[in-house]
Design a protein around this ligand. Sequence first.
Ligand SMILES: [Zn+2]
Length: 60
Amino acid sequence: MKWLLRKCTRCGAYTLRRDACPRCGGPVKVPHPPRFSPEDKYLKYRYMMKKLAGEIPEDC
Ligand SMILES: [Zn+2]
């Protein structure tokens, strides 16, 4: 998925421009980097499976 919206790091304005903020000319970046990568999800799932299988104690 490609996220088009950027946020200015200087004034906080949202923009679709990728190079610079149209308002103040400051640098822009993607406002919300993904918190969990697919790998993390997979690890969490594997952990859950292990827990269900009884390999990890409940109070771990
Ligand atoms: Zn700006």
